[in-house]
Design a binder for this molecule. Structure first.
Ligand code: UD1
Ligand code: UDP
Length: 369
């Protein structure tokens, strides 16, 4: 059973789902793979659209809406996941990444002694103020099999004494980009905003460290007002709520800022591919920028995905307005030179992560027999 509930997890679960289907067809065997949707993300544009686009049946989320403090949210998911696990009795639970859904599932499964596999294990920002850092550390330490996406994450697991349970498999998000990117797909958003064929920056922001800090948020927003090219900004609900009607109106009053609803995954890949620069605090989008060869400016002080920093494909700009603008200008100069610097996609598994994950899971299950 795969358990998840946040937008990036639907992408990863979809790649495992399709990987398992391919494995079954190749090996003429039967594996039941259930998907449990915690309901952490519940708006149709944060949830249903991913299931539709990525060819997954949409399961009924086990909790309705998941607002509240992190403790309340995690506890509600933990209690509901436990009920589902006791009813379904899966042989194995797969968890993904570092959200509160990941932590809740890790605790529920490990307390019921159900073998637990953490996909995207070993990532660290070394910033313990991030909820995600705590979620990753706990999830790694209670899991029975740790599937690491990169050599650096594998090394971190060794440092923490976990290498006996770990394997290097690559990154499911590269599998997804390789599978779903198509150079002839059009963008409804660019069309509607009158930006087809024009330069633009793709901006997203949702990290609590940025949205929940007045100082950081205002500094980042003031940098956006000074961008030298148009901005397409799909609004994550966390940012949208914080801005409120007034804040959104103020941002959109700048002619070059195009605020749009969250977009589906396929639209996002086109937006990322065509952008001159991606400016984001998203973990997934830093990687997608690197995979697609679009320069990225990251609105954080550290990153778990240090491989993307190579050759300045990704630059950590923090939240200081002038630093962000300088990094954006630098990225644009680089785009206009159109020099294709080599990127190391092999460092992320080359697009074969699902197959490696399934092989490692099969070996693990075999050993347990
Ligand atoms: C969560 C993850 C973060 C991940 C991100 C992916 C945690 C601690 N954070 O952050 O690691 O990068 O998902 O997008 O697990 N909301 C809605 N509709 C939705 C979902 C959320 O309105 O469909 C609003 C709610 O008011 C909610 C707030 O957004 O309180 C934040 O949502 P939450 O899931 O708690 O955290 P994210 O910021 O989405
Ligand atoms: N994404 C999307 N539409 C959006 C914003 C993001 O499809 O409007 C995709 C993005 O391409 C990536 C994933 O969602 O695959 C990343 O999610 P997010 O940035 O919310 O979370 P993070 O990766 O930071 O955990």
């Amino acid at each position: 059973m795969s358990i998840g509930g946040a937008r990036p997890q639907f992408v990863k679960m979809a790649m495992m789902f399709h990987g398992i289907e391919a494995y079954k067809a190749r090996n003429h065997c039967s594996i039941d793979h259930a998907i449990l949707h915690t309901g952490q993300h519940y708006d149709p544009l944060m949830s249903d659209i991913f299931f539709e686009e990525l060819g997954l049946a949409m399961p009924h989320p086990i909790i309705g809406t998941s607002s509240g403090t992190p403790g309340v949210q995690t506890a509600a998911m933990l209690a509901s996941i436990e009920v589902e696990l006791m009813r379904e009795t899966p042989d194995l639970v797969l968890i993904y990444g570092d959200t509160n859904s990941t932590l809740a599932a890790a605790l529920a499964a490990s307390k019921l002694h159900i073998p637990l596999v953490h996909i995207e294990a070993g990532l660290r920002s070394f910033n313990r103020e991030m909820q995600e850092e705590i979620n990753r550390i706990v999830s790694d330490h209670v899991s029975d099999l740790l599937l690491a996406p990169t050599a650096a994450s594998m090394e971190q697991l060794r440092v923490e004494g976990l290498s006996g349970r770990a394997a290097l498999v690559g990154d499911l998000m590269l599998d997804a980009v390789a599978h779903y990117t198509s150079s002839d797909r059009t963008s409804a958003v660019l069309d509607k905003q009158g930006l087809v064929g024009k330069s633009y920056a793709l901006v997203t922001m949702h990290r609590a460290e940025n949205t929940d800090s007045f100082k950081r948020l205002t500094a980042i927003l003031s940098s956006l007002a000074k961008f030298p090219i148009p901005i397409v900004l799909p609004l994550h609900p966390r940012l949208s709520r914080l801005l409120g009607v007034e804040g959104r109106r103020m941002l959109a009053s700048h002619d070059h800022i195009h605020l749009v609803e969250p977009v589906g995954y396929l639209e996002m890949l086109v937006l990322e591919q065509r952008a001159d620069v991606i400016v984001t605090d998203s973990g997934g989008m830093q990687k997608e920028a690197y995979f697609l060869g679009t320069p990225c400016v990251t609105l954080r002080d550290e990153t778990e995905w240090t491989e993307t920093l190579h050759d300045d494909w990704n630059v950590l700009a923090g939240s200081e307005s002038e630093t962000i603008l300088r990094a954006v200008r630098h990225a644009l100069e680089r785009s206009s030179r159109a020099v294709e610097q080599p990127r190391n996609l092999a460092a992320f598994g080359g697009g074969q992560a699902a197959a490696h994950c399934i092989d490692e899971i099969m070996k693990f299950m075999e050993k347990k027999k």
